[in-house]
Design a protein around this ligand. Structure first.
Ligand SMILES: *Cc1c(COP(=O)(O)O)cnc(C)c1O
Length: 384
């Protein structure tokens, strides 16, 4: 087993998931249809939101969320530098300007105080990311949003199954967007879901994902459907299909089990790292339940850089990742918006020392022990 490379993440697909896909293939209905509708309804009920609209990625969902919220040229949207570029890209896609606010040192989530400092008369929305699965300080963010008439759109790519003050992610802000990419907590291969309590937003997202038409394929091509449709806006082809939803149905049913397993493994990591002063283990705030999407370790003084540390782990058969290169370091954003090193001191300092370790439901406790031994071995090798 120790000869095998342990990846940072891996999807857990059951025989039932596979059978459900085969069933869809045999049904002959491959695009948006009954399975996607069932998936949307079950996701909606799980989260407790009034609406759930399935899309083909979280990125597509965030793009449509911004459009549905009426955000466009001249508007500013505040988000975090510690995110995947998609969060920032979608702001550009609608013609708005991304404004970054620094993060909190404890949970690596956007800092509501810094959001407040970055408000201008042009600010229209806040797009927090529930980093690593730990929900943001939502009461504070909601207060800023409500005081200033802003839409709160959450990038919940990491946060399926997490909750804040007893409320599930998906019904905290105005619009929430989930990712079902292959290595997220639940997967449809690629896919996403938009949840909201606002039926105008939901209708808009539903139409925009389907070219801006007022009727989907299921309503057009089935026996009870009507064959015509009209365009209400120039939309996109962002819908989910029934093959993806077939996988999602079983994944959604097993999400609590997946997240419980991740939690046990994360707690084991933290227990084993407790006596190692060279690392700082991730801590949860009191007001959250995390789905433990990522186990992000922070290095103290280990004698080598984070990148060298990651390389040594790779040589020992352990896969890692860095979540994320801060957005303002990406050459495109840097050149376009004139960001400089020093603009986001907390994100910059924490970025230098964070490393995501393997964590996925198919891992065993022995795998966790193996990773911890590798980390200990590297640290011991560089102790002065
Ligand atoms: C994965 C991820 C996305 C993109 O999700 P897709 O479903 O692949 O579009 C967006 N934001 C964050 C923070 C992510 O980790």
């Amino acid at each position: 087993m120790s000869d095998d490379f342990l990846p940072i993440a891996k999807p857990d697909l059951s025989e039932e998931d596979i059978a459900e896909v085969v069933d869809t293939l045999r049904s002959g209905w491959l695009t948006y249809g009954p399975k996607t509708q069932r998936f949307e309804e079950e996701f909606r009920r799980t989260v407790g939101s009034a609406h759930a609209v399935a899309v083909n990625s979280c990125t597509a969902g965030m793009h449509l969320a911004l459009l549905a919220a009426g955000i466009g040229p001249g508007d500013e949207v505040i988000t975090t530098p510690l995110t995947f570029p998609a969060t920032v890209n979608v702001i550009l896609h609608v013609g708005a300007t991304p404004v970054l606010a620094d993060i909190c040192r404890d949970d690596l989530n956007i800092d509501p105080e810094d959001v407040r400092r970055r408000l201008t008369p042009r600010t229209r929305a806040i797009m927090p990311v529930h980093y690593a699965g730990q929900p943001c300080r939502m009461d504070e963010l909601l207060a800023v949003a409500r005081m200033n008439g802003l839409t709160l759109i959450e990038d919940a790519a990491h946060a399926a199954g997490s909750s804040y003050n007893g409320r599930p992610v998906g019904r905290l802000g105005d619009i929430t967007v989930f990712s079902f990419y292959a290595i997220k907590n639940m997967t449809t291969g690629q896919g996403g879901m938009v949840t909201t309590d606002d039926y105008v937003i939901a209708d808009s997202v539903r139409s925009l994902r389907n070219h801006g038409l007022d009727a989907d394929a299921w309503r057009r091509y089935t026996a009870t459907g009507r064959p015509f449709y009209t365009l209400t806006a120039p939309g996109f082809n962002y819908g989910m299909n029934d093959l993806q939803a077939s996988i999602g149905l079983g994944q959604l049913a097993r999400l609590p089990e997946f997240n419980a397993k991740r939690t046990r493994l994360a707690e084991r990591y933290t227990e084993l790292f407790a006596s190692l002063p060279e690392v700082e283990t991730p801590a949860l705030r009191e007001d959250v339940v995390s789905n433990w999407h990522l186990y992000v370790l922070r290095l103290n003084q280990v004698g080598i850089s984070r990148d060298e540390f990651a390389e040594e782990l790779r040589q020992r058969g352990v896969g890692t990742a860095v979540h994320f290169l801060p957005a303002h370091y990406h050459p495109y954003y840097r050149e376009r918006f004139g960001f400089r090193k020093g603009d986001y001191p907390v994100a910059e300092a924490e970025f230098e020392r964070l490393i995501s370790l393997p964590l996925f439901p198919l891992m065993t406790e022995a795998d966790v022990e193996r990773v911890v031994e590798a980390v200990e071995g590297i640290i011991a090798g560089h102790r002065a």
